[in-house]
Design a protein around this ligand. Structure first.
Ligand SMILES: Nc1ncnc2c1ncn2[C@@H]1O[C@H](COP(=O)(O)OP(=O)(O)OP(=O)(O)O)[C@@H](O)[C@H]1O
Ligand SMILES: [Mg+2]
Length: 340
């Protein structure tokens, strides 16, 4: 559980100390007071990534050159420092108890599940968003998964470059063999873990009236499949099969939720998914992750707000809202007030 966080020159915060309850903490403040920024900082401590910045340098406070976020998590000190670096490229330094760590060793110390209004995109938007979601969940619990994704992505770039050179320069196809093997090995691991997650999700008991499920649309990578697409791959100069082409589809009963669901049903589908994600991480690690909720109450009807309130009591939960009347049902909780 996260106990305290210190921000310095991060987004709109010059210097800010935050204290979190083991149970529920609410962050209350008007628009643009920095509520989402605090969740972004927590998410960064959890995954090393931002859920909203396109460029990491955006997180450094205007006119400053170093942003730092320090968190104490059950006695462990996690720190992320972002600097503008030379020639404009930001640099990120990660340490655990003062010892420098690589991304794959830093991520996973602090486990979180994040839920905000943008998560509706999981149902309605492009497959890359759903793949990113799968990677975020699985990366938190499995170092080998983090390693496989890095290695797969690097291999994919190399292989695509070679496909381009086969087409343009006529270099021999045999050069692909090494990369084929690397992608098959890492790709297998990735799809196996994604499959396991989706099976878990589909078999979890649901508190919803609707019955939601996910259908894994897996792009298998194998010697045979690469052979099958070899001509097309060269003309497209890109790798056409593998987990980078995976997707999953939301179903409500027998219907595709993205085409037939109402906005409300789609939102519930995402809530169902997030609840299952919490359970999955707990099952795999025996730790219930911290739930981060960004301004979601205004989007939910009464019944589903109750579901979220019940859910919030089951683990450490950090909730932001601009509108305090949503917090009435919570009783006494730790509260952080932000000003505009
Ligand atoms: N790098 C930065 N340096 C300084 N301020 C920044 C930086 N990046 C963003 N901001 C400021 O942070 C504020 C937005 O913070 P944030 O999105 O956390 O607000 P919020 O409280 O979640 O608001 P809302 O209720 O509208 O969602 C904006 O005023 C924005 O200008
Ligand atoms: Mg916000």
């Amino acid at each position: 559980m996260i106990n305290v966080v210190k921000l310095s020159d991060f987004r709109n915060f010059k210097a800010k100390n935050l204290k979190f309850s083991d149970r529920i903490t609410t962050i209350v403040g008007p628009n643009a007071s920095g509520k989402t920024n605090i969740l972004e900082a927590l998410y960064l401590l959890s995954t090393t990534k931002s859920f909203k910045a396109r460029l990491e340098a955006e997180m450094i406070k205007y006119e400053e050159t170093i942003a730092s976020i320090t968190g104490i998590l059950d006695g462990i000190k996690l720190e992320v420092k972002i600097t503008t670096g030379d020639n404009g490229w930001p640099k990120k330094k990660l340490t655990v108890n003062g010892v420098p760590k690589r991304t794959i060793d830093f991520a996973g110390n602090f486990k979180t599940v994040l839920f905000g209004p943008w998560d509706m995109d999981l149902v309605t938007e492009a497959p890359s968003i759903r793949r990113k979601f799968l990677d975020t969940v699985l990366s938190q619990i499995d170092r080998e998964y983090r390693r496989s994704v890095l290695s797969y992505e690097k291999g994919l770039r190399q292989r695509n470059r070679l496909l381009f050179r086969i087409r343009e320069e006529g270099i021999p196809r045999s050069q692909l063999l090494f990369w084929n093997q690397l992608l098959i090995k890492n790709g297998d691991y990735i799809s196996q873990k994604r499959e396991e997650f989706i099976q878990f999700i589909n078999s979890s008991p649901s508190t919803f009236k609707n019955s939601y499920s996910l259908n894994y649309d897996k792009s298998v990578i194998s010697v045979g499949r690469l052979e099958q697409y070899k001509e097309e791959e060269v003309s497209a100069a890109t790798t056409l099969v593998g987990p980078h082409r995976d997707d999953f589809i939301f179903f409500e009963g027998k219907r595709n939720l993205s085409s037939y669901g109402s906005r409300g049903e789609q939102r519930m589908g995402v809530l169902w998914l997030k609840m299952a994600e919490l359970n999955f991480i707990e099952k795999k690690t025996e730790v219930r992750p911290t739930l981060l909720l960004d301004d979601i109450f205004s989007e939910l009807d009464h019944e589903h707000r109750e579901i979220v309130m019940e859910l919030a009591k089951k683990q450490q939960t950090i909730i932001t809202t601009a509108d305090e009347h949503f917090l009435k049902g919570f009783g006494k909780v730790e509260r952080i007030d932000l000003k505009s």
